[in-house]
Design a binder for this molecule. Structure first.
Ligand SMILES: Cc1cc2nc3c(=O)[nH]c(=O)nc-3n(C[C@H](O)[C@H](O)[C@H](O)COP(=O)(O)OP(=O)(O)OC[C@H]3O[C@@H](n4cnc5c(N)ncnc54)[C@H](O)[C@@H]3O)c2cc1C
Length: 499
């Protein structure tokens, strides 16, 4: 099962049954579901696989308590069933985690309303996994948490993943069924009509352009979707940022929901791949979508304010942050100009006869989103759609791979066997593909993972066929990207305004 070394974009005499534009989780899911049904399908990603929002989420495979609180039982139920499916099929990559929701004296929701919501949440998932923790139990588990006003906590479970690895795992599974995927291949335009599309693609490695023929085109470009949809603007880009913090300075062992003291928004503090992750923010993102999203100084301050109000003894400062990450959520706009956090999070599929566009939604429900896109594109019918939604056929086959690949969340990401496997199978083009997405070494270590890189250099150069000159170029490119988009902006940095 492999994508192999990156392929050069080639002319093809035969039209593709399907071209999928966008290599995030939505595009990967569409490719997999089409390839599994025998379609000759090709996915094109303008940068690297999972470079967009799908490497920048909160990493939760979840039903989403907020959706149930908003009365969206259907979305919650679908998400929970998909969560349970992924937990079963991808152990080590999607793992159950304990979530704690502290309760405050005199504040909504109290113990009993929360218990009722969690009962329903578990019931919809077909599990029973929630309980009440009294103050003492809570503070044993989260020793540094501010104690004032807290009466106890509700404990329940959801799941965590590595979003990038989930995209790669989905692409690898698609490749097993004959699907093809090419990164650094940007679609500039789509012309024609259903049955006879012509797709203009630029190979960003060779610099060459190609016209590819396809019977069907699905635009799965997330927050970029309006550019190729051929219809009116629908996406409201909302940015969410996270901080990755030195775990010795802010140790947590469960996923904690805490309310921001300024605006009462819930923010997660959770353990992820050995570091402590804090997020997210939720802001309109009017910046140019060709510029990689980055956390602003204001967002870092906002999240630091939260941490230091909830963990008053920790005194977390910018120096304690290893890296930041910002993602742009493709929310389908209500057009009502409401507060960003109040916009609905479900997906939409639109376009008829022409290009089918799919955007919005969640990481968790990628399989269902893909089925909706295939239905709209006429690649499956209503019956097949209904049958597949409920199907209990496994979506993933076990990989023949080093343990670190399957059990990624606990892996030593610098393990040479693991790196070797990735480099030979996962279409790595640049050092940043490896440091920021195939692995998260550049996010979960101080100094952009430079110490690890020094150790990896000889093996990497050999595996990728890079000489010293190429290594220096790649290193300088990677460090520049890290500093601009994944670093910690100084308090007086105004890059948000500059962008
Ligand atoms: C801060 C944040 C937290 C989130 N947390 C969660 C969570 O915890 N759980 C959850 O389930 N969901 C979460 N989500 C939602 C989830 O991350 C997104 O719904 C999902 O990643 C969107 O995937 P996508 O494939 O549609 O878009 P993307 O991942 O953005 O993929 C679109 C791709 O299209 C490519 N592209 C664009 N234009 C072109 C072109 N012209 N040619 C070729 N390629 C192109 C882009 O480069 C990009 O890689 C979160 C989102 C955000 C922003």
């Amino acid at each position: 099962m492999q994508l192999g070394q990156r392929q050069v974009l080639a002319d093809s005499d035969q039209p593709w049954d399907l071209i999928v534009i966008g290599g995030g989780i939505t595009g990967a899911g569409v490719l997999l579901e089409a390839a599994r049904r025998g379609q000759r399908a090709l996915l094109l990603e303008q940068t690297d696989f999972a470079w967009g929002t799908s490497s920048r989420s909160s990493k939760m495979v979840h039903g989403g308590l907020r959706y149930i609180a908003q009365g969206d039982v259907r979305l919650t139920r679908h998400s929970l069933l998909e969560r349970e499916r992924l937990l079963q099929e991808l152990p080590g990559l999607v793992e159950r985690a304990t979530y704690l929701f502290p309760l405050h004296k005199g504040q909504f929701p109290g113990r009993w309303p929360m218990k009722a919501v969690l009962w329903l949440y578990d019931f919809l998932a077909g599990i029973r996994d929630h309980r009440y923790l009294n103050r003492q139990r809570l503070f044993e588990r989260v020793p540094g948490l501010r104690r004032e006003g807290i009466t106890g906590a509700m404990s329940y479970t959801d799941a965590l993943t590595d979003d990038c690895r989930l995209v790669m795992r989905t692409l690898l599974e698609a490749a097993r069924h004959g699907g093809q995927a090419i990164n650094y291949a940007r679609v500039d335009a789509v012309s024609g009509e259903h049955g006879q599309f012509s797709v203009s693609v630029r190979d960003r490695v060779s610099g060459e352009s190609r016209q590819l023929a396809a019977r069907t085109v699905i635009n799965a470009t997330g927050a970029w979707a309006d550019r190729l949809s051929g219809s009116d603007k629908r996406v409201r880009p909302l940015r969410g940022s996270h901080l990755f913090i030195n775990p010795e300075r802010l140790p947590v062992s469960d996923c904690l929901t805490v309310m921001h003291p300024q605006d009462g928004r819930p923010v997660f503090v959770f353990p992820w791949e050995g570091v402590t992750c804090v997020g997210t923010t939720d802001l309109d993102h009017p910046q140019d979508m060709d510029i990689e999203a980055a956390a602003s100084a204001g967002e870092v301050d906002y999240l630091l304010t939260l941490i230091n109000s909830q963990f008053p003894q920790a005194h977390i400062r910018r120096d304690d942050i290893y890296s930041t990450i910002a993602g742009v959520r493709p929310v389908i706009a209500s057009g009502k100009g409401v507060d960003p956090s109040k916009e609905r999070r479900d997906h939409a599929v639109w376009g008829d006869n022409g290009v089918v566009t799919v955007s919005g939604g969640k990481l968790t429900t990628f399989r269902l989103i893909a089925l909706d896109a295939l239905l709209a594109a006429g690649l499956i019918n209503d019956r097949e759609h209904r049958r597949s939604q409920k199907s209990d056929q496994p979506g993933f086959t076990p990989l023949q791979a080093p343990a670190a690949v399957e059990a990624f969340l606990h892996a030593d990401q610098a393990d040479p066997a693991f790196i070797d496997w990735i480099v030979s199978r996962e279409s790595v083009v640049h050092l940043d593909d490896l440091m920021l997405r195939r692995t998260r070494l550049g996010l979960i270590h101080p100094r952009a993972g430079m110490d690890v890189l020094e150790r990896l250099k000889p093996a990497l150069c050999q595996q990728l066929g890079w000489d010293d000159r190429r290594w220096e170029q790649e290193l300088s490119r990677y460090l520049d990207i890290h500093q601009r988009y994944y670093g910690v902006p100084a308090a007086d940095d105004n890059r948000e305004q500059a962008a």
